[in-house]
Design a protein around this ligand. Structure first.
Ligand code: NDP
Length: 266
């Protein structure tokens, strides 16, 4: 049901940094924050054209956005990005640590290079970007941080996700610990744990047939009977970033349509 209310501007005057916003969930989150009035930094690592197209879309709609290339796993690139956003859009009060990669493997096919790449982006990247924006948030006594964990971290039965899940378990734990550390400074830190959402990540290294089969089986194992749309996640992130969500911190909000295939389930 669509209610034709006046546009929501709850993020007006705030600057958002969304990592990995050229595609998938990050793109939808950045779009949503811009629609609600935030100035948005669209971070990406390789796909400049995708990031630029989103920035163009936001500007045409009357919003403010810039695209900034930086590998979140490289602290010097993160520092450069943070300085550029602050200079061009203002100090960051909304941070979404979304950038993430997956290298599927089993115990037999495990390779430390894949694990290292996941750790650098999914875990170290989150730490570097948080560390870069927190001093400014502390100075102003206000900040909202949302990290992208995954239901893989709760323990799902999808094959090949074990090592990725371990990096996302680290994301969930860092969320709670950073929330503890930063709460008195007016900064909340929460995570969203999405289920199976239709983006490039879930297609990666799967044939079209495998992918379609997975969408069908995941839909059957979800209480709402479908796979997720990036807007499902953007909604949850926007809720946690909202000014009125200041009494919610250290939480991991599951957005998975009610999946019924956790390891502990029959
Ligand atoms: P995609 O693979 O579709 O997009 C990944 C995004 O991250 C791209 O914008 C990519 O940039 C960027 N990125 C990758 N590595 C880096 C890096 N080192 N530095 C900066 N940016 C980087 O992923 P999704 O949108 O599906 O996933 C987003 C987040 O949500 C991830 O953390 C993922 O683990 C998590 N998640 C996703 C789920 C899903 O079902 N899709 C489920 C649970 C969690 P570029 O375009 O330039 O390559």
């Amino acid at each position: 049901m669509e209610i034709n209310a006046k546009p929501n501007t709850r993020f007006s005057g705030q600057t958002a940094l969304v990592t990995g916003a050229s595609r998938g969930l990050g793109r939808e989150i950045a779009r949503r924050l811009a629609q609600e009035g935030a100035s948005v930094c669209v971070n990406y690592v390789a796909r400049a054209a995708e990031a630029d197209s989103l920035v163009g879309e936001i500007r045409v709609a009357g919003g403010r956005a810039i695209a900034v290339q930086a590998d979140v796993g490289d602290p010097s690139q993160v520092e450069r990005m943070t300085a550029q956003v602050t200079k061009e859009l203002g100090p960051v009060s909304l941070l979404v640590n979304n950038a993430g990669v997956i290298f599927r493997a089993t115990l037999e096919t495990f390779e430390s290079a894949g694990m290292e790449r996941m750790r650098q982006t999914n875990v170290d990247g989150l730490i570097y970007v948080t560390r870069a924006v927190v001093p400014g948030m502390k100075e102003r006594g206000y900040g909202r941080i949302v990290n992208l964990s995954s239901i893989a971290a709760h323990g799902t039965s999808l094959p090949g996700n074990a090592f990725y899940a371990a990096t996302k378990a680290a994301v969930s734990m860092l969320t709670r610990r950073f929330a503890m550390e930063l709460g008195r400074d007016g900064i909340t830190v929460n995570a969203v744990a999405p289920g199976f959402i239709l983006t490039d990540m879930v297609r990666e290294s799967r044939t079209e047939e495998e992918y379609q089969g997975l969408v069908r089986s995941i839909s059957e194992r979800s209480m709402v009977g479908r796979a997720g749309d990036p807007r499902d996640v953007a909604n949850a992130v926007a809720f946690l970033l909202a000014p009125e969500s200041g009494f919610i911190t250290g939480q991991i909000l599951t957005v998975d349509g009610g999946r019924m295939d956790y390891i502990s389930h029959p």
